[in-house]
Design a protein around this ligand. Structure first.
Ligand code: SF4
Length: 204
C-alpha cells in the first residue's frame, strides 16, 4: 500500500493522538528496516525474538495481567488489565526495541491498533494487546510486577521465568551492543573518508 494512502486510512480510522503515534512508529520502523546490517546483528535480533517467545510460553497460564489495573485512575484503570501497558508508545517502542523487532521481521503492517479510545500504549485495548506477541517489544514480556511475581511464586514458576528473563536480557544486551557498534561505524566512516580525501588532495 502506498505510504500516503496508509497514513490517510490511519487518520480516518483513529483518534488523532493515536494516528500521530502510529504514523511516527511506522515511519521509524521503515527507516530501521532500510538499514544495512550484518548477519550477526540479524541473528541477535532473532535470538531476542525467540527468547521473548520462550518467556511468553512460561507465562501462558497467568491470570494477574487481566485484572491488575481495575480501580486505578486513568489511563491505567481505563481497562481492567494491562497496567504496565499504560505508558507512552514512543518510549515503549524505543530505538533499541524497534530495531530488534524490525530485524526479526516485523513490518509496518504488523502494527495493528485497536479502534477504541487510547489509554496509554497505542496497542492497548479492553481485551489486551492487539499485537501478536512476536511483534511486541521485549520489554512487554520483561516487566514482571509484584502481583505477577506473587502469582508465579504460588505456581512454582518464578525461578523458571526468571531464568528465561535473564536469557532474554542477555540477548537484548548483545543485540544493543552490536547495533551501537554499527551506528558508531556509520558515523565514523564518512569522517575517515573525508580525512583521507583531504590528505590525498594535499599531497597532489
Ligand atoms: S505493545 Fe502491547 S503489551 Fe506492549 S505495552 Fe503496548 S499494549 Fe502492552
Amino acid at each position: 500500500m502506498l505510504i500516503a494512502v496508509e497514513r490517510l486510512l490511519i487518520r480516518l480510522r483513529q483518534p488523532s493522538a493515536r494516528a500521530d503515534e502510529l504514523i511516527a512508529l511506522r515511519r521509524r520502523l521503515r527507516d530501521e528496516r532500510a538499514a544495512t546490517i550484518d548477519a550477526d546483528e540479524r541473528a541477535l535480533a532473532r535470538e531476542v525474538h525467540d527468547r521473548k517467545l520462550a518467556v511468553v510460553a512460561e507465562l501462558r497460564a497467568v491470570t494477574s495481567c487481566g485484572s491488575c489495573a481495575a480501580g486505578q485512575p486513568w489511563p491505567v484503570g481505563h481497562h481492567a488489565g494491562g497496567a504496565c501497558c499504560a505508558g507512552d508508545t514512543a518510549s515503549l517502542f524505543d530505538d533499541r526495541e524497534l530495531a530488534a523487532l524490525a530485524h526479526a521481521g516485523t513490518g509496518p503492517g504488523d502494527l495493528v491498533a485497536p479502534r477504541e479510545a487510547p489509554a496509554g500504549c497505542a496497542f492497548r485495548a479492553a481485551t489486551g494487546c492487539t499485537l501478536a506477541v512476536r511483534h511486541r517489544p521485549a520489554r512487554c514480556v520483561h516487566y514482571v510486577c509484584t502481583t505477577l511475581r506473587r502469582e508465579l511464586h504460588r505456581r512454582g514458576q518464578l525461578d523458571a521465568v526468571e531464568a528465561r528473563l535473564a536469557a532474554l536480557d542477555g540477548a537484548m544486551q548483545r543485540f544493543a551492543a552490536a547495533r551501537a557498534a554499527r551506528l558508531d561505524r556509520e558515523t565514523v566512516a564518512p569522517l575517515v573518508e573525508a580525512l583521507t580525501a583531504a590528505s590525498a588532495a594535499r599531497r597532489r
